[in-house]
Design a protein around this ligand. Structure first.
Ligand SMILES: [Zn+2]
Length: 498
């Protein structure tokens, strides 16, 4: 039987010392108590991040199309956070927040072609320091080794960090299952990070999934490059928009099948009983809700709202829906606490949600206790440094407090205010009718943001080689488009072999 070091290890000693004042008698009592305790079993941790996964396109979150049977089955075993938010509307700052438990302004990785500062402490490092085997498998170059996202991982596979017009779920799943097979034979508990990419544009046709038929109207030859679809005049009509959504949903269903295989292998390998599983996303996707397609520069709900599902080890798990807004900043401290490790760090800018995952507080009070009502903050400071001028820039901050959501556009000097309880689709900008509310929220948000920036460590900007510049340009990262776009010339829908 593989066992984690028991609670009677160094952490418990520090605890005992602090609270029992390390007298000889207290130490004696501590020693006796420990001798009787059964050591904790090892608790592995599997963290799955699906790129560009809108919360509202999963069955568990109310989507009517059957996009996510595997994710829904996972959700049925664990805690579903009804209202989770990312910290940033694009990959690098958002994943860096999940890894470090801090906002982009603090961890410093806010712009394209920056690397995660080595002075940061990543979740993988925290697990490694507790004797865990750590492994990462990713399919997107922006979370690859080049940008230091492998910090703290013993093994990190980013060879399939790929072009946007490729389908990567099969490769990622196969590698992750191979990793589990190897980790299952080891003596150490493990932390495995798996990053799926397929819901990201381009939205490929999956013939085995029949959500989308033939394209209508101007999309009868298939989807167009992202910029071309954005520039359609007039904007995509209802049938065209529905077709885009159907193709996006096919990518989700395809990814879900891979996740189902991965979770099935946990059971087959006998690891499920001792593994904590978390699933979230780095950001969602706008599909013309506010006149735009994609992510990176918009901060409406379709981009910031993400799924967050956490299943503790099965003996502690039960299905529960946790209401209240939370940030993906909570992922790191929550996973550490669920694993029985020290989740306290002055670098974490959010507390652990483990009590709500396990339902501890339900038992104590006999009722569901809401998560602490803290404002949600998210931000984007997107521009291309060290490459060439780009017209794709955004510097915005978001502050959600009570029923209201404030968006501040720093470059335009313009605010937007929405009432999320009465207007969840953010249709009616209340900035003119509620000036006092705007002033109050803006002041609170700025004060908060300043404290983050004060603790910031600027990330290093890399100088891309000419070859890398070409690759970035091909992918649309530079040269007037945003982070994550491809420009397929016509889409044959296969996406394979590229
Ligand atoms: Zn992303």
């Amino acid at each position: 039987m593989r066992l984690l070091g028991s609670m009677c290890g160094g952490g418990a000693f520090a605890f005992a010392s602090r609270f029992l004042a390390a007298s000889l008698g207290a130490l004696l009592l501590w020693g006796l108590a420990c001798a009787e305790k059964t050591p904790l079993r090892r608790r592995n941790v599997l963290l799955i991040v699906v790129d560009t996964l809108r919360r509202d396109h999963l069955g568990v979150y109310g989507h009517t199309r059957d996009t996510s049977p595997s994710i829904d089955a996972l959700a049925a075993q664990g805690a579903v956070f009804a209202s989770a938010y990312t910290t940033a509307p694009w990959t690098q700052p958002a994943v860096a927040s999940i890894f470090t438990g801090s906002y982009p302004s603090t961890h410093g990785l806010t712009r394209i072609y920056q690397k995660l500062d080595p002075g940061q402490i990543t979740l993988a490092e925290r697990f490694a320091s507790q004797g865990y085997a750590t492994e990462g498998i990713v399919s997107h170059r922006l979370v690859g080794k080049k940008f230091n996202f492998d910090q703290g991982f013993e093994r990190y596979s980013d060879e399939d960090g790929m072009r946007h017009n490729a389908i990567s779920t099969e490769k990622v799943t196969a590698k992750a299952i191979g990793a589990l097979q190897a980790l299952a034979t080891g003596e150490r508990p493990f932390f495995l990070f798996v990053h799926y990419f397929d819901p990201h544009f381009a939205y490929h046709d999956h013939p085995e999934i029949s959500f989308a038929g033939k394209g209508p109207g101007r999309l009868r030859q298939g989807l167009l490059p992202m910029n071309a679809m954005r520039d359609l005049t007039p904007p995509p009509q209802r049938a065209e928009r529905r077709f885009i959504i159907e193709r996006y949903d096919e990518e989700i269903r395809h990814t879900d099948a891979g996740i189902g295989q991965l979770l099935g292998s946990l059971v087959e390998l006998g690891l499920d009983d001792e593994t904590i599983i978390a699933l979230t996303s780095d950001h969602g996707e706008a599909i013309f809700e506010h006149g735009w397609l994609g992510h990176t520069i918009q901060v409406y709900e379709e981009v910031l709202a993400v799924p967050l599902i956490i299943r503790p080890i099965p003996s502690e798990a039960a299905h529960r829906v946790v209401e209240g807004r939370v940030s993906t900043l909570t992922v790191a401290p929550t996973l550490l606490e669920l694993a029985g490790l020290d989740a306290a760090s002055d670098r974490f800018q959010s507390a652990s949600l483990a009590p709500w995952v396990r339902g501890d507080w339900d038992k104590e009070r006999g009722e569901r206790t809401p998560v602490p009502r803290k404002p949600i903050f998210a931000e984007v400071d997107y521009r291309v440094d060290g490459t060439e001028p780009s017209n794709k820039r955004a510097r915005k901050q978001v502050w959600i407090q009570g029923r209201y959501k404030l968006i501040w556009d720093d470059l335009a000097g313009v605010a937007e205010l929405y009432d999320l309880s009465g207007d969840p689709s953010e249709r009616e900008n209340l900035v003119q009718t509620k000036p006092d509310r705007v002033r109050q929220m803006l002041a609170a948000m700025r004060a908060f943001h300043e404290t983050l920036e004060a603790s910031s460590e600027p990330a290093q900007t890399l100088e891309p080689t000419q070859e890398e510049l070409e690759a970035l340009r091909e992918l649309g990262y530079v040269g007037g488009t945003d982070e994550e776009e491809s420009a397929p010339s016509g889409d044959d829908g296969s996406g394979r072999g590229s």
